[in-house]
Design a protein around this ligand. Sequence first.
Ligand SMILES: Cc1ncc(COP(=O)(O)O)c(C=O)c1O
Length: 384
Amino acid sequence: MHLSRRFSELGRTNAVAAERARLEDAGVLLTDLTDSNPTHFGLGEPAALEAVARSTLRAGCYEPDPRGVPAAREALAERFGGSAADYWLTASTSEAYSWILAVLTDVGDSVAIPAPGYPLIEPLAALADVRTLAYPSHYLEPYGWYADTDAIAAAAGVCAFVVVNPGNPTGAYADGPTIEAVVAACDRGDGALVIDGVFEPFAIEGKARSLAGEDRVVTFALGGLSKLLCAPQLKLGWMRLSGPEAALGPLRAALDKIADTYLSVNAPVAMALPELLELSDGVVQRTRERLAVNVAAARRILGEAPYRVRRCEGGWTAIVDVPRYADVDDLVLRLMREAGLSVHPGWYYDLASAGALALSLLPEPADFEDRCRRLRAAVDAFAL
Ligand SMILES: Cc1ncc(COP(=O)(O)O)c(C=O)c1O
């Protein structure tokens, strides 16, 4: 049987993943410092599941609409701006990415993506036979991350620029110069702006900035319940299309065509969306409180040289630099074997610095503090 070359990477594993699998097979319980599944840390909202249960009982009759249940899209427009007709519901933000790639690209085209970044877009691009071109962000202590605007300008000609706001794992909200550079590059090269705003409301040491609704260039703004309601299992995301009106007609028709082909959104969850959006305010507030408490703990335990906690404007991750007593893969392997701690090496996120680790800020505070102390003790022990 022929297997598509898109999957030629399948089965290839790196030393870190192989060791993790070996330890788990041997029954070793690893503590995953990168786990960012909010349902593992009590951040979900039980009332949301009740709302979905109630709406399930109202969902006996199915009236498919390619863009998604109108009342849901009206609730999105009321909350985030634009009109209901500007929104498409999807089963997840990841699915929204794949629709956008299908609409904007042909085989072999390129899209620009941020580095460091969460390794989500590359496999989505690979499935669409699209290449990725990374534009780097650099870190300057104590100010934070800034995107390389020369690299953005040099990438004009790609089909789309992805801006993750705030970035994952950097937590950096896109600043004015970054947005101006991306808009100019989109304008010059006839590309579209894709704003991934799934972490937008989760400001910690920075100020939340929304970029949705940009109208100088074609813009797709993505959001979803996986983060906004800490409910990845509900499988509901959305995108909002904005930009110069003359360019939008064919894009609307193309998105409608994909949406109508899959009709992938679960009607009961979509019907419950107006209520779920109301509930999201409390979830965001509780989650932000936890993120702030945990960043403060990370700074107490890991904030002084030779350790460092980088500026963390928003999102669910803190980047911690640990002293480099070993090469990065050795560090990660030893943390697993000797301390039972699982972390991704920095290269997983395109983090240039070998000692940079991305820690999930979602665990309950006592648990998070314990994780930071175990990490510190383990790395300190490597110095001996
Ligand atoms: C920046 C970013 N965008 C999108 C997603 C995927 O979200 P969804 O669960 O809606 O597919 C993730 C997942 O962690 C993410 O980190």
